[in-house]
Ligand binder design. Structure first.
Ligand code: NAD
Length: 377
């Protein structure tokens, strides 16, 4: 198969981990006889420095004319420490999601058994957790009217949802649940917020079309607590942009590290794949960033955008094999044991590549990405 992929490394460790993601794509192309054509494009701080725009038109044109996008991260301390700056890296990210109509962000949270100990949650609570988040991506307070008044002493961000926005992502969540454990937990704050009352009303209506799927509602505050108390109680979680942003970072602790979690943003056109972490200035340039989230994003890309199930499983199985052999980056290493071997960003990427090349017959079950992929392809 011939496919065109835009690489959007962005800022900070985004560049470092995307290099490893591309290494894996190259190896998959070689082993499975595909042709992947790459184009690089600028976004975030780098793009502001070179063009004054966090999402230059040239980038947008490339994004609209490719088969899939592998993104790193955006962000720079300059902006984090100065909220008055008007042009900001994350504007590039928000605009990209909006322009490409990427309204559903999927984040699978499933723990590799080898890493049970790396989470701050007790292994007996965690074991067997397997959650698929559907976070709405193009509405909510992030896109509602915002501003200052009363001589800038009052600030507001409008939390707003339209029926169609809730409907389209709810369908995706219910369809995914059908291929999994048939349960959707919709998270809102309907006891207080009108936009949440609309959310709940629409989710209930959509749910009637999926009578085989159990639907429950939880308030965001309770869901945040239950996620840590009993993560196995969740199957598919459906939620809005703001609540989803917070809950999915919380859920990253179930997987042990931000450096392990991949995500897919899909809508009606091209799919965007990215690690959930940011540009991590504290470790940029040190060569210690964990590239596995980017590599697992490649697995999602192969499966969801290209329908390459076997290739996707080859990536996941290779990651699992590398972990099983005791290789770790610093963020997921249990230094109390001498069984782990700590690798840097590049050597971790190379280990995964080697594993794909060797395709050693290791008896392990790959993560079942197919279960939710079926729903969105
Ligand atoms: P972050 O995710 O960049 O980092 C949080 C912590 O996790 C840091 O201690 C970091 O070292 C660690 N970490 C993250 N990814 C890691 C990896 N792959 N391997 C090892 N350790 C890893 O979040 P932050 O510090 O809140 O934000 C830093 C910058 O990133 C900010 O400018 C923020 O705006 C931006 N950001 C961007 C995105 C995105 O582009 N999607 C997401 C979140 C934050």
């Amino acid at each position: 198969m011939h496919k065109k992929i835009v690489l959007l490394p962005g800022d900070g460790i985004g560049k470092e981990v995307t290099t490893e993601g591309k290494k894996v794509l190259d190896k998959i192309a070689q082993v499975f006889n595909h042709q992947f054509e790459y184009e690089y494009a600028a976004i975030g701080h780098d793009a502001i420095e070179s063009t004054g725009n966090p999402l230059p038109d040239e980038t947008l044109i490339k994004l609209k004319n490719c088969d899939a996008i592998l993104f790193g991260a955006v962000g720079h301390p300059k902006y984090d420490n100065d909220p008055t700056l008007k042009v900001r890296p994350e504007q590039g990210l928000l605009k990209m999601r909006k322009e490409l109509g990427l309204y559903a962000n999927l984040r699978p949270i499933k723990l590799f058994d080898e890493l049970l100990h790396t989470s701050s949650i007790k292994p007996e609570v965690l074991k067997g957790s397997d959650i698929l988040f559907f976070r709405e991506l193009t509405g909510d307070v992030y896109f509602g009217e915002k501003g200052r008044k009363d001589g800038r002493d009052t600030a507001f961000d409008l939390m707003i949802y339209h029926r169609y926005e809730v409907e389209r992502i709810a369908h995706k969540a219910f369809q995914a649940a059908r291929t999994r454990r048939k349960k959707v937990t919709s998270v809102d704050k309907a006891n207080v917020l009108e936009s949440s009352r609309l959310w709940r009303e629409v989710v209930q209506e959509v749910g009637k079309q999926y009578p085989d799927v159990q639907l429950e509602h939880q308030f965001i505050d309770a869901a945040a607590m239950k996620l840590i108390q009993n993560p196995r109680g969740f199957d598919v979680v459906l939620t809005g942009n703001l609540f989803g942003d917070i809950l999915t970072d919380e859920a990253s602790q179930i997987a042990g590290s931000m450096g392990l979690l991949a995500s897919a943003s899909v809508g009606d056109t091209v799919g965007l794949y990215e690690p959930i972490h940011g540009s991590a200035h504290d470790i940029t340039g040190k060569g210690i960033a964990n590239p596995l989230a980017s590599i697992l994003s490649v697995a999602l890309l192969l499966d969801i955008s290209f329908g390459m199930k076997q290739e996707s499983e080859a990536v996941i199985t290779a990651v699992e094999a590398v972990l099983k052999q005791g290789f770790r980056t610093g963020d997921i290493a249990d230094t109390s044991t001498d069984k782990v071997k700590i690798l840097n960003t590049s050597t971790m990427g190379s280990k995964v590549v080697e594993q794909i090349e060797n395709k050693e017959p290791i008896n392990m079950t790959a993560l079942n990405t197919a279960s939710f992929i079926a729903s969105i392809s």
